[in-house]
Design a protein around this ligand. Sequence first.
Ligand code: 13P
Length: 244
Amino acid sequence: MSQVKLIVSNWKMNLNFKEAKILVNNLKKINFKTTPPINIICPQFILLPFVSNLLLKSSFILGAQDCHYKKKGPYTGDTSIELIKEIGCKYIIVGHSERRQEYKETDKTVKEKVDLILSEKLKPILCIGESEIERKKKSYLKILQKQLDICVPKNLSEIIIAYEPIWSIGTGLTPSLQEIIEVKEFVYKFLKNNKNINKVIFLYGGSVNSQNAKEILIDAKVDGSLIGGSSIKIEEMNKILTLG
Ligand code: 13P
């Protein structure tokens, strides 16, 4: 790939220790003929120390799928950013639609997480996306604008935005090239004009696989991708990561 892309693997609540080891060992064997993408691997929390060890001396970077919005305290069952950082994560996915839906996370909570992640000098990967109804009603740009407006602080030197239409996640459906480009340009423009952010790393996520990766990553000229289902399949990742 001529431009170095950012490829984020979101393993979600998949893979046990044995499966994670096999996948990472195979990922490390991929033969990159040209400059490799920047590869971030985001496993489940309990896998983090194990995967962190497996990734030592590789070019793969560790990331987390979420973090709590407070630094520490009485939050039973949650994981603090302190531990996420100590174990070696450099990136944290935040505001994923599965968390917004399952755990009723609001834009306000997502913003608190973004602030905490930035204050800890880690990089948030902020997910935004519209529902199927919002897309059909053509209110998607308004929805995305609201998410960006609330969740993104002003005057950052850069921000990573992952556009993941909810209707595309795990469904096999993807927006057209033009639809992705429209959102990409909207996000660049909104963040430049309203948040004074000139460097936006725009990722697309939702049913990305080895069949559509070229069109999405190269033809739509996005800066990278956030990959779910395909990220735990070595044959898929082999093809996606070595796209020429
Ligand atoms: P799928 O690639 O399985 O559609 O998931 C996308 C996603 O939610 C990545 O965060």
